[in-house]
Structure formats: C-alpha cells, structure tokens
Ligand binder design. Structure first.
Ligand SMILES: [Fe+2]
Length: 223
C-alpha cells in the first residue's frame, strides 16, 4: 500500500466550506428588512474576510513553490483569486448599502441581491478549492516532501492573527470527521505547550456533540 501523503488543504478547506454552507442557510432564513439580519450580515462579512486572507496566504506561501514547475496553472489560480476578489467586492458593496439604510424596501432588495451574489461566490469557490486539491496538491506532492509542505503550512499559520486562527479553528472543528479531529488534537498535544492543547480541547468541547466528543477524548487518552 502506498504511503498516505499530507493534504495541506483538507482541514482549512473543510472549515471554509462549512462556513460557506452555514452562511448560505443563514441568508436563506434571514428577513433582511429586520435589524436582526445584522448577525447574518456580520457572519457574511467574516466569511469574505477569511476567504480573502486564505487566498493571500496561498498566493504568498504555496503558489511560488509550484510556479517553476507549472507556470500556467499558477497563472490560472492567481487569476481565480482576482475573480474572487471581484465577487467579494460586489458583496462588500451590498453589505455597505444594506447597513446604510433603515428602510424596509431597499433592505429587502439588497438582501435578495446578496443571496444571489453569495451563491456565485460559493459556486466559484467550491470549484476553485477542488482545483487546488485535485491539481495543485499533486504537483506539491510530486515536487516536495510532506515535511517541506508542512513547513509551508507552518509559515501560513504564523502569519495568521491569533483571533482569526481561533475563529477559523472553530469552523474547522465543526466541519471535519472524528478521525481528523483526533489526528489534529493529538498533533497539538505532542507538539504544542499544554495551554495551547487546552485551548483546542476547549474548542472541541464547545463544538462537538457529546457522543463525538466522548470518542475523541477516548482516543486521545490512549495515546
Ligand atoms: Fe485554498
């Protein structure tokens, strides 16, 4: 059996997708004429911020390593990130317009437009993340060891502000399976100081249903 290679995109992309799906459902359930819609608008703005930062990190810390091996692919992925930027700007403009008015009729219209624009954003990003995991990742595997790929990831992690990292970790915890949670937390347990492990265990406590949490805790105790 061939050795399982490291998918550097798996966990962060699952977290980002979880956030996309959750936000899409929130948008569908939101009456944009009401001021309670503010929570949905805030969450939408946070998703956009996380995707923007994620794209920037990939542009800076991952794509340059593949450019010497496949420049056209990197051009395409960078162009995707530009298109994503335009989709994001459309949504940010709509968010600004929604916040600028109290009147029900324009708020409702903007809410509808927001929904359509976010669908475009989701569709584009689902294809884009698949491309990264189906094409870019195999090039990384061909040209770099897992140790080197983990170094690229470590540089990304170091560049993310702590509050963002913790908020993204919460979405990752909500969006991955038990095996992935166990691997993640046992890695933190082995490599990070105890208070860091406690923080991540706290996120698992907050986010996992009791049955899943019990399975994760049992697995961590046997390590
Ligand atoms: Fe990505």
């Amino acid at each position: 059996m061939s050795e399982q290679r490291y998918n550097v995109f798996n966990q962060i992309h699952k977290g980002l997708r979880g956030m996309l799906y959750d936000t899409a459902l929130c948008i569908q359930q939101t009456d944009f004429t009401q001021s309670e819609a503010r929570a949905t608008v805030d969450q939408l703005e946070q998703v956009l911020h996380f995707f923007d930062e994620h794209a920037e990190n990939e542009d800076q810390f991952i794509l340059p390593h593949i450019r010497p091996h496949n420049a056209p692919l990197i051009d395409e992925l960078e162009k995707d990130h530009d298109i994503d930027h335009q989709l994001t700007q459309t949504l940010l403009d709509q968010i600004r317009d929604w916040r600028a008015t109290d009147a029900a009729a324009p708020r409702e219209t903007i809410g509808q437009r927001l929904g359509y624009a976010f669908n475009e954003f989701i569709a584009f990003n689902l294809y884009h993340m698949n491309k990264e995991e189906n094409v870019l990742m195999y090039l990384l595997w061909t040209h770099y060891t897992d140790a080197k790929i983990r170094q690229m990831e470590a540089r990304i992690l170091q560049s993310i502000p702590l509050p963002t990292l913790l908020a993204e970790s919460r979405w990752m915890m909500r969006s991955i399976n038990d095996k992935e949670v166990i691997e993640w937390l046992s890695g933190v347990k082995k490599e990070a100081p105890a208070p860091v492990f406690d923080t991540f265990l706290g996120i698992a406590n907050d986010e996992l249903p009791l049955e899943r949490l019990a399975r994760v805790q049992a697995a961590l105790e046997t390590e």
